[in-house]
Unconditional design. Structure first.
Length: 279
């Protein structure tokens, strides 16, 4: 059976289930399949696409000159590679951000081994729903109290902050910031500061880094109790880790945890051992 007799709507559904490399191959077969597959290819641009100036320049040029493709981009991942010319990459990322009006998910993954200058991200024209800042060195971004990423993005419903920011820096946000935040993944201190008055239903407390005692999970519950949100927490996950050995949680701790989260519908506790190669 020839593909020509299959309705375009069906072909589009099939194309959406193809792997990235198969989409690229399909896009090269004809103009029709190029127009069909390219918006799917550019739906999500991950950090691997922007690790060197040449690739970043190619992606930026493509999106600046093609409004149809630029409108298809919904997820943008920004990563940093060692020894890259920062200013060139930043310029191309800025071009991509300005050209793509429908980005709803922004992911930032700087390299933890590299010292970088603060990167200026212009997102005023976007309505972000999901923001991920997986950063081991917080100085790779502008100070959180000055960042428009949080104070001007009221549409954000999911926030992931995987680094240890001091509570005083987060507290600089106004109560009116992030009014629609429903899902938060961060350290206990950050959760304590951001939960107040916000409709957060899903919480993931990340306790990675220095040795963490199992009893520290109880402190997370105390923080949550001290900072009530506008709605009860429905799903709570606590990640507990220790360097060099597996963490164990005794029955009393589990019982106390259960008593402290009476309104939580789903409670997950993840325990793990870390080594130096994992961080």
């Amino acid at each position: 059976m020839s593909l020509d007799i299959i309705p375009t709507e069906i072909l589009l559904q099939i194309t959406r289930h193809l792997r990235q490399r198969d989409l690229l191959s399909l896009s090269r077969t004809s103009r029709f399949y190029n127009n069909l597959s390219e918006p799917i290819i550019y739906h999500s641009i991950n950090e691997g696409h922007l690790l060197n100036p040449e690739t970043a320049a190619l992606v930026a040029r493509k999106l600046v000159n093609n409004k149809r493709l630029a409108s298809a981009v919904q997820t943008l991942g920004i990563g940093f590679a060692p020894n890259r010319p920062d200013l060139d990459i930043d310029f191309h990322v800025s071009q991509i951000l300005k050209s793509c009006p429908n980005i709803t998910c922004l992911e930032i993954y700087p390299n933890p081994c590299e010292t970088l200058q603060p990167m200026v991200l212009s997102t005023d024209h976007l309505s972000l729903k999901r923001l991920i800042m997986d950063i081991y060195n917080p100085f790779t971004l502008p100070n959180i109290r000055r960042s428009t990423l949080l104070c001007q993005q009221n549409s954000i419903t999911e926030l992931v902050i995987h680094y240890s920011y001091g509570r005083e820096q987060v507290q600089a946000l106004q109560y009116t910031d992030l009014p629609n935040l429903r899902s938060l993944s961060a350290t206990g201190e950050t959760i304590h500061s951001l939960k107040v008055g916000r409709p957060i239903e899903n919480v993931n407390c990340v306790a990675l880094g220095p040795p963490v005692e199992p009893k520290g999970a109880l402190r997370v519950l105390e923080w949550l109790g001290d900072s009530p949100g506008s709605v009860p927490i429905r799903r709570l996950r606590i990640d507990i880790a220790r360097f060099g050995e597996m963490v164990t949680i005794d029955d009393d701790t589990v019982e106390n945890l259960g008593a402290g989260v009476s309104e939580v519908e789903v409670l997950e506790i993840a325990v793990m051992a870390l080594n130096a190669d994992m961080v």
